[in-house]
Ligand binder design. Structure first.
Ligand SMILES: [Cu+2]
Length: 139
């Protein structure tokens, strides 16, 4: 209880303090908010305004959003909004060959024609950074 209440202020004073309360979800939410900022900087508009495609951003070893639900027939575009790191997309459940390495501002698109939950991953980072995502395709 002490830690939950006081850890964050304590951590500000003593930078080496390890707080048990900062969850992985909060960290991912912060990363994804930053990823959207980067998207707007790169393309001049929010990712939600792209017509005919759903955007998944790749940033700081995360897919944003990590899980996405779309109707059958939807095209998803993965966009690298990182500064230097390259990523890839491996639609392993669909046995689609790995995309090219995507450098910052590059993208890869795939149209989902079959319903079901499709797990995918980043070739270079899924094992070391758990850079993994999922698209749930619904009829
Ligand atoms: Cu990656």
């Amino acid at each position: 209880m002490f830690l939950k209440t006081y850890c964050l202020p304590l951590a500000l004073l003593l930078p080496l303090t390890v707080c048990p309360t900062a969850s992985a979800n909060e960290k991912d939410a912060t990363i994804c908010a930053k990823a959207e900022e980067r998207y707007v900087d790169m393309f001049g508009h929010p990712s939600s305004q792209e017509e005919g495609v759903k955007i998944v951003k790749m940033y700081k070893y995360r897919f944003c959003p990590e899980q996405l639900t779309v109707p059958v027939g939807t095209t998803v575009r993965w966009v690298n909004v990182d500064k230097r790191t390259s990523h890839s997309v491996v639609l392993k459940d669909l046995q689609v060959p790995e995309s090219d390495r995507l450098f910052p501002e590059e993208n890869f698109e795939f149209t989902f024609l079959v319903s079901g939950s499709q797990n995918y991953l980043c070739g270079p980072h899924w094992e070391t950074q758990e850079m993994i995502g999922m698209v749930k395709v619904v009829p």
